[in-house]
Design a protein around this ligand. Sequence first.
Ligand SMILES: [Fe+2]
Length: 373
Amino acid sequence: MKGFTIKTEIEEYDTFEQYAAQADLGPQDLVLCGEHTYDKYVAPLSLSVQTLFREKYGKGEPTDGMVDAILDALRKKEFNRIIAIGGGTVVDIAKVVAVAGKEDKVDDLYDNVDKLKKVHPLVIIPTTCGTGSEVTNISVINRVSKGVKMGLASNAMLADKAVMITNMLDSLPYKIFSTSSIDAMVHSVESFLSPNGCSISRIFSTEALKTIIQCWKKSVEAGGGDAWKTCAADFLKASNWAGLGFGYAGCAAVHACAYPLGSVYHIPHGQSNQLMFKDVMEKYKQIQPTGRINDLEDIIAECLGVTQSEALTALYELMDKVLKKEPLRNFGVKESDLPVFAGDVIKTQQRLLKNNYIQLSEEQVLEIYKAAY
Ligand SMILES: [Fe+2]
């Protein structure tokens, strides 16, 4: 059995300025971020760092083409530390850059995953409250050339430092807040239920879940909209704890079923998780109604003041108030896609499916997609 370790040093600050003051950022550092983030947080401090702006290489979640173009652009630069400031895309790109040798392309990294070594020290500063990616060893890239969205996992990609800074969430739009906090909630639930979790990982999963539910409830009761911002520090911490939970115990069928929705229909990661969450949980309940899922229901029930049997439904209802769930067909998904997706999930997502609360057959995965359709 693998032991629970936290290899990434985690620091917490209220503002980016406080972090910059002690991190001694300078010309040997490469800041990888979006231009808007640079202008708002980094430029005013005149730090003379090197920069790479992600939007110069493409929009949306990272693809192999986008990352290869970034690796090409960096071949000419000399830098030491990578300071990644951003959401899932920036962080996923930075992890790959941190382990890429001078000549490597994305395919070389996937082909040699067991031999990956850290080339640059990596600092990750999240600007959303969802991925938890600052403390996990996974980078997810849409390999357009292979037609599959797949995680690349290696301990060499773990950040040396994760820096949690509350004011990075200041300008987060509501839609990204909602999808990223849903992602973090799903991380906490999937890692809590995972048979590959341990007592320590479940402490992180449990605290993350409780915090997200309580902060959602508070934000919804305060009228929604920007009300979540009063809980920004808590959402940020919770996404980090959920990352520590799933970094050990793994994510499972919700993420596995969500990936084709992201790679084929470009539905944002957190939202595609939301579209699958309820129907995966309902399938689990149908196949194995007693077990760890009841412990999960107890945690939710306590947070929402309902009974164990009402807990999951109450959570779906609360999540609906954060972001209304819609059927897959509303996103252009075709009924004929569903068996293809189910087949692909079984074929390409075993890394995740091994963490399921209960194992699912291809037929059961198809039933989940049909229910969500
Ligand atoms: Fe996720």
